[in-house]
Design a protein around this ligand. Structure first.
Ligand SMILES: [Mg+2]
Length: 98
């Protein structure tokens, strides 16, 4: 299985859930996660309590680890409260979206 197959599965599943996926690239910097996943709010009772589920996803072929420069960027983003996941399987896509 290739990274592209896992990416296609991610896009299909997010759309099924009413979300959007965008391909991402930083300008002038390496290490951007491949995709930004946006899912609809799960709690619509009160606007202030609404949570948007936004996750940055770096996709990899099965068993292929993220590069060091990607991991450094992920660490910088997580330190600022961003959720960043490295996904290398269909199962990991399903786990992310469950
Ligand atoms: Mg990738």
């Amino acid at each position: 299985m290739r990274e592209r197959d896992i990416e296609r599965h991610l896009v299909k599943r997010v759309k099924q859930l009413g979300g959007e996926v965008r391909k991402v690239e930083w300008i002038g910097r390496r290490g951007a996660p491949d995709r930004l996943v946006m899912l609809p709010p799960t709690d619509g009772v009160c606007y202030l309590r609404m949570r948007t589920a936004t996750t940055w996803v770096e996709l990899k072929a099965p068993g292929v680890p993220a590069e060091d420069y990607q991991l450094r960027e992920h660490a910088r983003m997580r330190a600022l409260g961003q959720r960043v996941e490295v996904i290398d399987s269909i199962e990991a896509v399903e786990s992310l979206l469950s």
